[in-house]
Every structure is written in structure tokens, then in C-alpha cells.
Design a protein around this ligand. Structure first.
Ligand SMILES: NC(=O)c1ccc[n+]([C@@H]2O[C@H](COP(=O)([O-])OP(=O)(O)OC[C@H]3O[C@@H](n4cnc5c(N)ncnc54)[C@H](O)[C@@H]3O)[C@@H](O)[C@H]2O)c1
Length: 233
């Protein structure tokens, strides 16, 4: 007899899943990111205008991320790998899914623990950052200054297609901690199959616009994910 295929679960996460670890989201702080306007720190124009400010901003984010711990939501998702085929698509630039032990993760918007060249056409090479600080003198082999490995507003999302394929093959899709306001990432939920079971976990789920076949779970990430996993496994 053939062994039965494990169900495939895709988790699509946003800043809200890391809120209970102590990392601020965007929407909960009036569209500012740690008191900064997005256009001053998270656009290619900001880098052109003031690379030192942008570098300092992400150094602070990296330092904070390194000081916090994954929470029960990250941990419960990691444990799911024991019984299901789990794939994570995260909009987060933190590495809390990895540190909780999850292994199959697509970082749509990059990973702050890495850098990449700010020169032209070298975007696919990523360099791990030792510690929390990237400095002006950190350069790629071709001599261009290194910038954080994050996708800024107005830039392409290279992992989008791979993420869409993952979502389209999910038996179960769980969306957690995202306002679904950042595009094109938000549109990924539309690639889910009509047969997939779909859930959205968010304390404000009631106010979020999702297709009608999504079940809304109006809870914070930890409680919401733990309750949902009990139902699914
Ligand atoms: N941790 C991070 O890496 C981080 C933090 C801030 C911003 N960002 C970047 O900013 C963009 C923001 O878009 P977004 O949609 O991910 O976030 P967002 O800030 O737009 O929305 C956050 C969502 O999380 C929900 N939320 C708040 N507390 C929660 C909790 N305890 N449990 C579950 N959900 C909770 C809010 O109701 C909201 O819907 C992302 O693309 C990301 O790259 C990343």
C-alpha cells in the first residue's frame, strides 16, 4: 500500500506574527515604522539620498530582532513540520521563523540578517551580516557598498512567482498578522485553490478584506494559531 501523502499547509505571515515577540508592526503605529516615514527609510530613493540614515535604521531593526525571541505562534508552526508538509511565505524581514526551527521559508521582502550589493545587476548574491551592524566600509567584491537584503517599496519582489506556486498547491492556507495592504504581496492569497481550506488569524480579522471562503479567527497570533492547529491536526 502507498503511504498517504502528507497534507500541504502554507502559512502566509506578516508583521503581526512577530508583534508578540516585541517587534512593532506598521499599521499599529499609524503607518510609521519605528517613528520613521517609510519613504525616508524603505525606498531606493531614500538609499540614494542618505545611505547612512537607511543603514542606521536597519542596523537598529537588526539589533532589536537579535534581542527578541520567537513566540508561541512561531514555535507551534515549526512543530507542525512533524506531521504536515509545511511551507512558510513571510513578508517579515526578521528571522524568527528560522529561529523557531521552521525550515521551508520564502522571505518575500528579504531577510535583515543579510546584505546585498547596491550596485547594478548583483541582486541575487546575499552576504550574511556578522552581528547587528552594517557599515559604510562593507563592500561587495566589485566594490559597491552593501545595503540590507530587504525589498523596498517600489522594488520588484523576486520571490513572488515561487510564492504564488507554493500557495496554489496548498491544501490549507493560513494567513496571519498581515493587514494585506502591501502589494503585490497581498495579492498572493488569490492564488489559493478553490478546494483549499483558508483561514486568517488576526485580532482585527473582522475588518480585513479577504475572499468569502476564508474563515476569520479574531485572535492574536499565538492563541489563534494554537487553537487552529488543534482543529487541523
Ligand atoms: N517583523 C518584521 O519583519 C516587520 C515589522 C514591521 C514591518 N515589516 C514590513 O512591513 C510590511 C508590513 O505589512 P504587514 O501586512 O506585514 O504588516 P502591517 O503592519 O501592515 O499589519 C499588521 C497586521 O498584524 C495584525 N496584528 C497586530 N497584532 C497582532 C498579533 N498579536 N497577532 C496577529 N496579528 C496581529 C494587525 O491587526 C495588522 O492586520 C511587511 O511587508 C514587512 O516587510 C516587517
Amino acid at each position: 500500500m502507498k503511504p498517504s501523502k502528507k497534507k500541504k499547509i502554507v502559512l502566509f505571515s506578516g508583521a503581526g506574527i512577530s508583534a508578540e515577540s516585541g517587534i512593532q508592526t506598521f499599521r499599529d503605529s499609524n503607518g510609521l515604522w519605528e517613528q520613521h516615514k517609510l519613504e525616508d527609510v524603505a525606498t531606493p530613493e531614500a538609499w540614494k539620498k542618505d545611505p547612512d540614515l537607511v543603514t542606521r535604521f536597519y542596523n537598529e531593526r537588526r539589533k532589536q530582532i537579535m534581542e527578541v525571541m520567537p513566540n508561541s505562534a512561531h514555535e507551534a508552526i515549526s512543530k507542525l513540520e512533524e506531521s504536515l508538509d509545511v511551507s512558510i511565505i513571510t513578508q517579515n524581514i526578521d528571522d524568527l521563523h528560522e529561529r523557531a526551527g521552521s525550515t521551508n521559508i520564502i522571505h518575500l521582502h528579504g531577510n535583515i540578517r543579510y546584505s546585498k550589493s547596491s550596485g547594478p545587476d548583483q541582486e541575487s548574491q546575499y552576504y550574511p551580516i556578522d552581528g547587528w551592524q552594517l557599515t559604510e566600509s562593507d563592500k561587495c567584491p566589485r566594490g559597491y557598498r552593501l545595503r540590507p537584503h530587504v525589498v523596498w517599496f517600489g522594488e520588484d519582489v523576486p520571490a513572488y512567482e515561487t510564492a504564488a506556486i507554493e500557495i496554489s498547491s496548498a491544501d490549507i492556507l493560513i494567513v496571519v498578522g498581515t493587514s494585506l495592504q502591501v502589494h503585490p504581496a497581498a495579492g498572493l492569497i488569490n492564488f489559493a485553490s478553490t478546494n483549499a481550506q483558508k483561514f486568517i488569524v488576526d485580532p482585527n480579522a473582522d475588518q480585513l478584506v479577504v475572499p468569502p471562503d476564508f474563515q476569520k479567527i479574531n485572535k492574536g497570533a499565538s492563541q489563534g494559531i494554537i487553537d487552529l492547529i488543534k482543529i487541523l491536526t
